[in-house]
Design a protein around this ligand. Structure first.
Ligand SMILES: Cc1cc2nc3c(=O)[nH]c(=O)nc-3n(C[C@H](O)[C@H](O)[C@H](O)COP(=O)(O)O)c2cc1C
Length: 241
């Protein structure tokens, strides 16, 4: 019996031959493609290159890892994971494409990392700046306890070396796809998280994807409003324990 908000959303965001032109017409101004924090300290990341397992081996080995050793990630490993999920993979003219596909190449997802244990990187909350392939330091300190609380007590967030937090800037996709954008945004996030999972396995690391969190507690940590920009997915990464 279809009756809830999810059923209504799904029904009202279907394309049909009658509505498709209206549903695909851009009506509002396109927001900027890149979010950057010009007033924050920017830390350059090493060039993303790595020896990894074969894709076949990565498919065979991937599983959710929830126990982590207190072994740090290298900055090179973190750089590779950020590149594989959200970095610049190829450029056409002045447009940058990324390793994960994105509906309409609109790239609505932003990446934040809570760094717990990475060689040469102080603990803190960082935003990934895509174009310069750099981290912007938003807050320094240990935020792992806040993340454990905001994820309903999931301890792995304190033990893992890094917590990836993905937000969506909804308007980047909505200006073209209207409410159907929400379908695509979540699909985009799934591609990104799967790239992380496979890249992590490829590097001999583990990851676990996370959908159980108090949204506005995570949004508060990031300093985003939860409406224009909101957390939509998370993952932890580290050396399996
Ligand atoms: C959208 C999504 C949300 C998830 N949320 C959590 C979570 O909050 N905590 C957790 O421990 N695992 C979470 N998982 C991991 C699943 O429990 C896991 O993928 C599933 O049990 C299959 O096991 P496997 O990944 O080891 O193959 C999530 C996975 C997905 C795809």
């Amino acid at each position: 019996m279809a009756s809830g908000i999810g059923d209504t959303f799904f029904k009202e965001t279907k394309y049909s031959r009658e509505n498709v032109s209206a549903m695909r017409s851009a009506t509002t101004e396109r927001p900027p493609l890149y979010k950057e924090y010009p007033d924050k300290t920017r830390l350059a990341l090493p060039k993303a290159s790595a020896e990894t397992l074969s894709l076949d081996q990565a498919f065979r080995n991937r599983k959710s890892i929830r126990r982590y050793a207190p072994t740090p990630l290298t900055l090179g490993q973190l750089s590779y994971l950020l590149w594989a999920t959200a970095g610049v993979q190829r450029t056409m003219g002045d447009f940058n494409f990324r390793p994960a596909p994105s509906a309409g190449a609109l790239y609505p997802i932003e990446t934040y990392v809570v760094v717990n244990n990475v060689e040469g990187l102080p603990k803190g909350l960082y935003h990934f700046a895509v174009r310069p392939h750099a981290l912007e330091e938003l807050k320094s300190g240990d935020f792992t306890r806040d993340v454990v609380r905001a994820t309903m007590g999931q301890r792995m967030h304190a033990d893992a070396a890094v917590v990836f937090i993905w937000t969506a800037i909804f308007q980047r996709s909505k200006f073209r796809y209207h409410d159907r954008a929400y379908r695509y945004i979540y699909l985009d996030a799934g591609h990104i998280a799967q790239n992380l999972a496979l890249a992590a396995v490829g590097l001999g690391l583990g990851s676990c994807q996370v959908g159980a969190y108090f949204d506005d507690e995570i949004n508060g940590l990031l300093g985003v409003d939860g409406t224009e920009e909101s957390v939509i997915y998370m993952s932890v990464v580290g050396v399996p324990g």
